[in-house]
Write a protein that binds this ligand. Sequence first.
Ligand SMILES: Cc1cc2nc3c(=O)[nH]c(=O)nc-3n(C[C@H](O)[C@H](O)[C@H](O)COP(=O)(O)O)c2cc1C
Length: 169
Amino acid sequence: MNTLEAIAKRRSIRQYKPGEISRENIEILLKAAMSAPTARNCQEWEFVVVRDKNMFKKMMEIHPYARMLEHADCAIVVCGNTQREHAPGYWIADCGAATQNILLAATELGIGSVWLGVYPNQERMDGLSRLFKLPAHIKPLNIISFGIPAEQPTEVNRFDPAKIHYELW
Ligand SMILES: Cc1cc2nc3c(=O)[nH]c(=O)nc-3n(C[C@H](O)[C@H](O)[C@H](O)COP(=O)(O)O)c2cc1C
């Protein structure tokens, strides 16, 4: 699959079949994440890989739109290290780029995934920080849920020329 195909095919997958995502594939996802661009090459990301179903339950109590974790095989909490960022707030863009790389790599590998927003919701951030014992300078951006796809949403074309402004607004 080439890059443009992966971009076109990527959809949020929230229904999963039983089955394991291999450790090798998780490493490929994390390698893709850490290939993303970051401001001043700060690479201020941190990743918490979660496979413990009890933790999934606790995550679902914290995050109101994370019911798919019930059947997920794995999750990654993408976090930013604010002590490493180039300037305040850059961690959000940098870890967002890493997240998108993970979603595209998962598409290529046939792994179902969905981005579950955490930042800037303070309640979710505080809940996850407590649950995973994150130090104060480590901020959770999102949870990515993974599983073997049990649904195959169709490709969508969201291209809208009205959103494009040439030279000036
Ligand atoms: C910042 C962000 C937060 C999101 N939060 C959630 C979420 O909490 N729960 C969920 O099921 N999907 C979540 N999504 C996935 C979006 O709902 C999804 O990307 C959007 O509906 C477009 O569908 P697609 O990913 O299939 O193209 C989130 C996506 C982003 C980028």
